[in-house]
Structures are given as C-alpha cells and as structure tokens.
Design a protein around this ligand. Structure first.
Ligand SMILES: NC(=O)C1=CN([C@@H]2O[C@H](COP(=O)(O)OP(=O)(O)OC[C@H]3O[C@@H](n4cnc5c(N)ncnc54)[C@H](OP(=O)(O)O)[C@@H]3O)[C@@H](O)[C@H]2O)C=CC1
Ligand SMILES: N[C@@H](C=O)C(=O)O
Length: 262
C-alpha cells in the first residue's frame, strides 16, 4: 500500500480519466477507478498494477443512478486513505437545445453537475477537517462560450468553473486545493459519443498532452488550469474585468440607461 494519498477518479475507463489514472499510478498513488464499463476498468487496473505496482480498486458506477452515486459518496466520506478526488466523468450530449428532451437535459445535468457537486460535498468536510486534500474538477472552455451552440453542456461546465472557484475561496484557507481544468477539443471518445466528427475540428489536443499540462497546473497549485490557452494574460484580463464589476453591483438606483426617457 502506498504511503501517498489514494486518488479516486471518475470517468476512468477511457479518455482523460484513464490518462489521469496512469499518471497518478506512475507517481505511486493507489487508485480507485469509477465508471460504467467494468471490462475497460479491469483491463486498465490490471495494466497499472503490473506497470507501477500500485493498488487499484475498480468501482463500477453509473453516476446517473442515485444509489451508485451514493456508494461513491460514502467511499469518499469514510475512506481516509483517499486524499485526491478527480471529478472527470462527463458527457457532451447531442444536438442543440431544441433537439434535447427534458430527460436528456436532466441526464446531462445529473452527470456533469449533480454527481460532481455531490462527490465534492461528500469529501470536502473530511478534507477540511484534515487540513489537506485536493479536488480536481474537469470543466471545459465551452463553459465560457455560449457561442459554440452547446448550451446545456456549456452551462454545466460553467457551473463546474463557478463551483471550483467558490470552493477555492471557501476551502483553500482550510488547506484544501481545488483545481478547475478547462480543456478544449481533446482526442477522446466524447466526440463520437456526442455524434460529432473530431476530424472536422481545426485543432485537437492529444489526451496525454492535455493531462500532463493539467498536472503541471496541479503541481503548481494553479486554481484554474486552461491547457489550450497559450496567452495566460487573456484569462487574467478576463478575471480582472469580472472582479472589477463586483463592487459596482451594489446600487440603490437602476443605471441611467434603464430610466424612462424624460
Ligand atoms: N475531450 C474533449 O474534447 C473535452 C472533454 N472535456 C471533459 O473531460 C471529461 C472527460 O471526458 P473525455 O475523456 O473527453 O470523454 P470520454 O467520453 O472519452 O470519457 C468519459 C468518461 O466518463 C465516463 N462516464 C460517462 N457517462 C458516465 C456515467 N453516467 N456514469 C459514470 N461514468 C460515466 C465514461 O465511462 P463509461 O462509459 O465506462 O461510464 C468515460 O470514462 C468530461 O467531463 C468532459 O466534459 C472537456 C473539454 C474537452
Ligand atoms: N467535450 C468537448 C465538446 O464536446 C468540449 O468540452 O470541448
């Protein structure tokens, strides 16, 4: 058993989550891998045990099923060996808003928002009490871009960014590190799963490069890590403009532009 904290990774059967599993195993961490595809999870677990000599437990979990999500919440709440939560599982959905039924919208929210938030809530009190621990939430640049026409998906990813920034402010002083990771187009199955042609995209990042960049941000305890954004100054300017508005929201009178013409 590793002396390092164990890492629980959701969406670990393929894509970004599977690479996170490889990288943390390579660093010597024992793992708990959660996803629906048990065959893939078992194959990955066997390889990681063989390659890195770490303990790997698999937990077949459909995060849209409350009982299954609850079992993962209990694990996070009770297992003191778990020191890192990688909230990675997610889906992009298909079509535009008018193509999505209320159930499909709820399904996306259930996976991308409810599960991520519940797992964070399950582990945060234990991390805060211990004065240590890390929560990595995988968002997306789409959460900053309603122009991309992925409205519900993007809204779920905007939630992930806001939740992460709020948790940084609440939990950071208690010794808990919270990272929001915002990938752009990355070569995984999510594109095929959402009925999109990845080859039609102008640029696609390889998944190993994405995760290695996200971990570079993790190692330097960066709050928001955006691997595809080469000019970090753009994010800094965005945040400066956003926070400069905050003190101007507390007003007793509406802005003159909204007053009836005299
Ligand atoms: N690839 C990209 O271009 C980008 C991806 N992202 C985000 O990265 C994260 C990982 O996505 P990515 O690796 O690309 O996608 P993949 O589709 O390759 O992997 C998604 C993972 O989530 C799991 N998953 C899907 N639905 C459920 C469910 N209901 N319950 C439990 N696990 C589930 C899948 O496993 P299984 O099917 O076995 O359950 C799989 O392991 C997502 O949050 C995504 O939004 C963000 C920006 C860009
Ligand atoms: N998952 C991708 C879109 O489908 C993204 O977030 O860019």
């Amino acid at each position: 058993m590793s002396a390092l904290p164990s890492v629980l990774i959701t969406g670990a059967s393929t894509g970004i989550g599977a690479v996170y599993a490889d990288r943390f195993a390579r660093r010597g961490h024992d793992l708990i891998l959660a996803a629906r595809d048990l065959t893939r999870l078992n194959a990955l677990a066997a390889r990681l045990r063989q390659d890195y000599g770490v303990a790997v437990d698999v937990v077949p979990t459909d995060l849209n099923v409350p009982a299954a999500l609850g079992r993962l919440e209990a694990l996070l709440h009770n297992d003191e060996r778990i020191g890192v939560l990688i909230n990675n599982a997610g889906a992009a959905g298909t079509g535009g808003f008018l193509d999505q039924s209320p159930d499909q919208v709820a399904q996306l929210i259930g996976l991308n928002i409810t599960a991520l938030a519940r797992l964070s809530a399950a582990v945060a009190p234990r991390f805060a009490a211990a004065g240590r621990g890390a929560i990595v939430n995988v968002g997306s640049v789409v959460g900053l871009a309603p122009e991309l026409g992925m409205t519900v998906y993007g809204a779920t990813k905007a939630f992930v960014l806001f939740l992460s920034q709020g948790l940084q402010l609440e939990l950071g002083p208690k010794g808990v590190y919270v990272q929001a990771v915002l990938p752009s187009a990355t070569r995984t199955e999510i594109w095929e799963r959402s009925g999109k042609d990845i080859d039609a995209l102008p640029a696609v990042m390889e998944v190993d490069d994405l995760v290695d960049a996200a971990l570079a941000g993790y190692d330097r305890r960066e709050p928001v890590t955006i691997p595809p954004l080469h000019d970090a100054g753009q994010w800094e300017a965005f945040e400066a403009a956003r926070t400069a508005m905050l003190p101007n929201f507390m007003q007793s009178q509406p802005a003159p532009r909204y007053r009836a013409a005299a």
